[in-house]
Design a protein around this ligand. Structure first.
Ligand SMILES: Cc1ncc(COP(=O)(O)O)c(C=O)c1O
Length: 386
């Protein structure tokens, strides 16, 4: 049974990626944009949701013991770290969790370090909270993005209150190694910097990449706030749920006091889906990783043959390929405007950092057929330009 290549349409489902784009563009374009998937979630999750919906009562709910047990088994078995139930704060999303961390744990003048290019809402969280943004550009060495540790040390020495770290990294596709993660954590510790680790993409591992969670270092480092979620992995972003894991009692109390004041939490169906996902669908994640690995291999061989000038960042994790099209001499906006005539849309590189105009981010979480259509559109566009 091929779970990821069956014909599947998301049109007319209030889908942001497809329907909103159709409204905006005035015609249907195939989108390789927003980070969700163009195939359905795992059958066990759909079954659990159906059963719960059939029950018919959707009153107030709470997170029972089973929820925490399932979370704990998932992180221990897949990533080798333990979480205690009392460390977990379930929220409505990862971005809201980042915002909660900034607002609850830093003061108004705080400086926050991010590694760029990065998921655009990292900039937003810092700016909208009124904090000061500090950027360290990832270095591109032999085609691979790396953390500039020398610069990081200088920046931390200068006084930074919090690092928001994207692990694995969207959009450059790095799964940070154990050494990289340990080095950064040690530096954060040395300078007393809070370390918020956004691990939303941690299950999406290509080509056998191994993920090192910041959670493995809870015992050594007191400053870690870890956030993970089933939303990217299982295509559940519209249900709104994330888990913050905060072992430090003082930070946890400040977060609880802050978030408690809003009286919000994940909704009932999101919790049902999360339990089914982590409780029953490890096999599905492994199959999806195989599919994504094949999608990426297809993209690489297609580009090698048809658009060899484009530079593709090696994709170790996430389903988001990061491609440099600057050889065309066009901005990302011009690329997208031109590509609309070929029926496709990608995410503009300049969304993730002003130095990345001329890059595109390509979402591979779709069928092979859909990806092939996107790649041919790109090849025809490039060919007609040349
Ligand atoms: C790194 C990262 N964090 C957070 C999010 C969004 O998380 P949520 O929808 O739970 O706010 C995304 C979505 O693409 C992401 O890539």
């Amino acid at each position: 049974m091929d779970l990821f290549n069956k014909p599947f349409s998301r049109l007319n489902t209030s889908c942001y990626k497809w329907d909103y784009l159709r409204e905006e563009a005035g015609k249907t374009l195939i989108p390789f944009t927003t980070a969700d998937s163009d195939y359905p979630t795992a059958p066990e999750i759909i079954a659990a949701l159906k059963e719960r919906v059939e029950h018919g009562a959707f009153g107030y709910s709470y997170l029972d013991q089973e929820y925490y047990e399932i979370l704990g088994r998932w992180t221990a078995e897949r990533y080798g770290y333990e979480i205690k139930p009392e460390w977990v704060l379930a929220t409505t999303g990862v971005v809201s969790s980042l915002m909660f961390s900034v607002l609850a744990l830093t003061d108004e003048n705080a400086k926050i370090l991010i590694y760029t290019p990065v998921y655009n809402l990292f900039y937003d969280v810092v700016k909208r909270s009124g904090r000061r943004l500090v950027e360290s550009k990832l270095l591109l060495e032999d085609g691979k993005y790396r953390i500039n540790f020398r610069e990081t040390e200088e920046i931390l020495k200068d006084g930074v209150d919090m690092i928001i770290f994207c692990s694995p990294h969207n959009p450059v596709g790095r799964v940070w190694t154990r050494e990289e993660t340990e080095t950064l954590l040690a530096m954060a510790d040395k300078y007393g910097t809070l370390f918020v680790s956004d691990e939303i993409h941690c299950d999406l591992l290509l080509g056998g990449s191994r993920f090192t969670s910041a959670g493995k270092y809870f015992r050594e480092h007191e400053n870690i706030i870890l956030v993970f979620a089933p939303s990217k992995t299982f295509n559940l972003a519209g249900l709104h749920l994330a888990n913050m894991v905060v072992p430090n009692a003082l930070h946890r109390k400040r977060l609880r006091d802050f978030i408690g004041g809003f009286y919000i939490g994940p909704d009932l169906l999101a919790v049902v889906a999360c339990k089914a996902a982590y409780g029953k669908c490890a096999y599905w994640v492994d199959l999806q990783n195989e599919h994504l690995t094949e999608q990426y291999a297809h993209l690489v061989s297609f580009f090698r043959e048809r658009i060899p000038e484009a530079q593709i960042a090696p994709l170790e994790g996430t389903y988001l390929a990061w491609v440099d099209f600057r050889f065309l001499g066009m901005s990302s906006e011009e690329l997208n405007a031109g590509l609309a005539d070929y029926g496709v849309r990608f995410n503009r590189g300049d969304l993730y950092g002003s130095d990345y105009d001329g890059f595109l981010r390509i979402n591979l979480a779709c069928s092979r057929d859909q990806l092939a259509r996107g790649l041919w559109a790109l090849a025809n566009f490039v060919n007609d330009k040349g």
